[in-house]
Design a protein around this ligand. Structure first.
Ligand SMILES: [Zn+2]
Ligand SMILES: [Zn+2]
Length: 350
């Protein structure tokens, strides 16, 4: 496949910074979208493929500049936000690569990949045991997804997910602080080799639905075939998107609901109030709980207070949302509005 567009989620972690230059050097890759909300810190220089002057810079901007130096004609899009917050329609691509270290974010990317019917490669490193993991997934009939291998139970993935959700501090495979630059670079090379197979259309060789664990400490590689789990908690459904032309800056919620009946944005809620997790400042404004806004007092990302959260807007319950434009509510071109079983891709203009 030529002129590939690859979306890389996580530019910072131990692997992403090593992987991006490999992808930029592949002639089949025409476009890279890099998604990461964070800024490089001084300690990152030790384990990541960055230089001292990158410290203090947004990871995606530092990486985008590097990629353009490697190959000026490469089309690079830098999105400085969490993968969960990027309008899903802007993530349409040929392949996702995840260099994320949070279970929640990876679960989210798994869902996006299936909704958009797009293959994805996930990777992780476990520094304390010198392990590298590379898994590839291809949405189709009965192929397995990330969650197919997740377990319930006290120390299972779902309970770790719950802890991550509550305290945001649990790391599984991929804790960047424990891993060396060499291990991250090894993971990056293994991922890049899988991407090259995908680009060549070498699908028999492509490790879709397989997981590679490379134990660098003992020099042992193990490949396991994953199976679709009939009890998987994820529904594995793909969406068919219908374009819906409605400039967010001038289209009101009222007009939208009149046309669509109802709307929801998967992964988000509509909330009446945001709260700052740092200083507790409250900001009353009806909007989507996408933490784009920063606190006016301490500059942290505002979060939903949970007060009056609505999963779906309908004319009878949309109240204070009705008079607002889609942009005022925080919707952007590329967002996907779901009404019942239909999914509209919000398009700015024809
Ligand atoms: Zn599954
Ligand atoms: Zn604050």
């Amino acid at each position: 496949m030529n002129a590939l567009h690859i979306v890389v989620a996580g530019a910072g972690g131990n692997t992403g910074s090593h992987l991006l230059p490999h992808l930029a050097r592949m002639s089949e890759v025409a476009r890279l979208t890099v998604v990461d909300p964070d800024v490089y810190e001084a300690e990152n220089v030790r384990v990541q493929n960055i230089d001292a002057p990158d410290v203090g810079q947004a990871k995606v901007l530092a990486q985008a500049a590097r990629l353009r130096r490697i190959r000026p004609e490469l089309e690079v899009t830098a999105r400085r936000e969490r993968i969960e917050d990027v309008p899903r329609g802007l993530l349409r691509c040929h392949l996702f690569v995840s260099c994320l270290d949070s279970r929640m974010a990876r679960q989210h990317l798994n869902e996006i990949a299936w909704r958009l019917d797009t293959p994805w490669i996930d990777c992780g490193v476990l520094g304390s045991q010198s392990l590298v993991r590379v898994s590839a997934y291809t949405p189709s009939g009965d192929s397995p997804c990330l969650e197919c291998s997740w377990s319930a139970g006290r120390n299972g993935d779902y309970s770790l997910l719950e802890q991550e959700y509550l305290c945001g501090a649990v790391h599984g495979m991929g804790s960047p602080t424990l891993s060396s630059a060499a291990l991250g670079a090894l993971a990056a090379s293994l991922v890049a080799i899988e991407v090259a197979k995908f680009a060549r259309g070498d699908l028999a060789e492509w490790s879709a639905s397989r997981q590679l664990i490379f134990d660098a400490g003992h020099r042992v590689a193990q490949v396991t075939a994953e199976r679709r789990n009939p009890w998987c908690r994820f529904d594995h459904r793909a969406w068919s998107l219908e374009p819906w032309v409605a400039p967010p800056a001038t289209t009101t919620v009222k007009e939208t609901l009149r046309a669509l009946g109802s709307m929801q944005v998967a992964g988000h809620h509509f909330v009446s109030e945001m709260v700052c997790p740092g200083c507790g400042r409250r900001d009353k404004a009806p909007r989507l709980n996408r933490p784009l806004a920063r606190c006016a007092a301490c500059n942290r990302r505002m979060a939903s207070s949970g007060f009056g959260a609505l999963e779906r807007l309908e004319p009878r319950c949309a109240g204070e949302f009705m008079r607002l434009t889609l942009a005022q509510v925080g919707l952007r071109a590329g967002d996907i509005l779901t009404s019942g079983a239909r999914h509209r891709l919000l398009v700015e203009a024809q």
